[in-house]
Write a protein that binds this ligand. Structure first.
Ligand code: FES
Length: 261
């Protein structure tokens, strides 16, 4: 299972308590991963153990004795004697509010979405107990497209790559894809443009699409995407596979492994 942040190797260990459970982890481990080691799953969207932590979604906040505020557990390293609380009423309220904002600007076509049942945004909405959204739908992307209104923010799907589709309307700008492109593939094809509500993932320079960018179609971005923003065309056509088998590409001698459906 995904532990939230990459494993850390260290010659020293640290003892801490998470929700009353004592756990010992290598020094430098994130609080999120320590919680996972203790069997506690902290809600998350931008963190995954495939890429370094970024701390952008704020869903993984926790409370730590002696520490002010509600730090993100994915970017907070453990410390000796730390006492962490992941399930207080305050934390539950904050997480629900964060999810409400995400969902207010996200397409609500779950039943017909190719990622239905395999969507981390959907899972996290359930995990934090979100049942209704108090805010008007965001003016961004999909909602305006649905209403047929002209929207300068609207960006159509990028279907230039033969293997996967990029649908900006479903993007929550968690930046997992950007980090995977850099850290897993060593390519810098993706970037985040703009700031705040206007920030968005882009391939290459302005006006580029995936095919004309530096993308090498490795699929690392697709694998880490928590929604249906980056999704294999095969999944769109035939649905989510029941089984995935890890295999090795026989095309050349590098030995890249990939998931075969
Ligand atoms: Fe920690 Fe997103 S999972 S901030």
């Amino acid at each position: 299972r995904d532990m939230g942040t990459p494993a850390v190797k260290s010659g020293t260990t640290v003892n801490l308590t998470v929700d009353g459970i004592k756990v010992r982890v290598p020094a430098g481990t994130s609080v999120m991963r320590a919680a996972a080691e203790a069997g506690i799953s902290v809600p998350k969207l931008c963190a995954t153990d495939h890429v370094s932590a970024f701390g952008s979604c704020r869903l993984c906040v926790v409370q730590i004795d002696g520490m002010r505020g509600t730090p993100a557990s994915c970017t907070t390293p453990v410390a000796e004697g730390m006492v962490v609380h992941t399930q207080t009423d305050d934390i539950a309220r904050i997480r629900k509010g964060v999810m409400e904002l995400y969902i207010s600007d996200h397409p609500l076509d779950c039943l017909t979405c190719a990622a239905n049942g395999d969507c981390e945004l959907q899972d996290m909405a359930g995990a934090v107990g979100l049942r209704e959204v108090r805010f008007d739908p965001g003016a961004n992307h999909f909602n305006a497209r649905e209403a047929g209104a002209p929207n300068p923010e609207y960006r159509p799907k990028d279907q230039s790559n033969p293997y996967f589709t990029f649908d900006p309307a479903k993007c929550i700008v968690c930046s997992r894809c950007v980090r995977a492109c850099e850290e897993v593939q060593g390519t810098f094809a993706l970037t985040i443009e703009g700031r705040g509500f206007d920030s968005r993932v882009s391939a290459g320079m302005a006006g580029d699409d995936f095919l004309s960018s530096d993308c090498v179609s490795c699929g690392a971005c697709v694998q880490v995407c928590p929604t249906a923003t980056l999704i294999e065309n095969k999944v769109i056509e035939i649905g989510t596979p029941e089984h995935i088998v890890k295999t090795t590409c026989a095309y050349c001698g590098v030995g890249c492994s990939f998931d075969a459906h």
